[in-house]
Ligand binder design. Structure first.
Ligand code: HEC
Length: 110
């Protein structure tokens, strides 16, 4: 059963390259802990580290701030400390719903 759900999700995300529309009403299928796993090296397990000594402590940011930051990095218009390129690489593949789920997850890491 799990494979069927996963396979279906994969199929639809392949149909829609940026995944945003398809995933809109399926946030339950998004696993923010898994998405956050690739952020841990720089931002810390609990979002408690300043990434590369530059970023804010993201666990202290609001959900809205995180969401806006990730969207800005995704489209390449945010570059607060001259390292926006690093974050663009992180955010570019995230769908809007994944960004939302991540933002929510990070605020709960406190
Ligand atoms: C290779 C290290 C690295 C990884 C991995 C990484 N980040 Fe970042 N992050 C940074 C750096 C460096 C900045 C500051 C970028 C700049 O100059 O604007 C930053 C900035 C941010 C900010 C804005 C903080 C501020 O001070 O405004 C958020 C939110 C954020 N990252 C979330 C994430 C999330 C979520 C992930 C995982 C999907 C992630 N980052 C993965 C290095 C990283």
């Amino acid at each position: 059963m799990k494979f069927i759900i996963f396979g279906t999700a994969l199929f639809f995300s392949l149909l829609n390259a940026n995944g945003t529309e398809v995933l809109q009403n399926s946030s339950s299928k998004i696993n923010p802990a898994k998405l956050y796993a690739k952020c841990i090296n720089c931002h810390g397990k609990k979002g408690e580290k300043s990434a590369l000594g530059k970023s804010k402590i993201i666990a202290k940011m609001s959900k809205k701030e995180i969401e806006e930051a990730l969207k800005g990095y995704k489209v390449g218009i945010r570059n607060k400390y001259g390292m926006g390129g690093v974050m663009k690489g992180q955010a570019v593949s995230l769908g809007d719903d994944e960004i939302k789920a991540l933002a929510e997850y990070i605020t709960k890491l406190k």
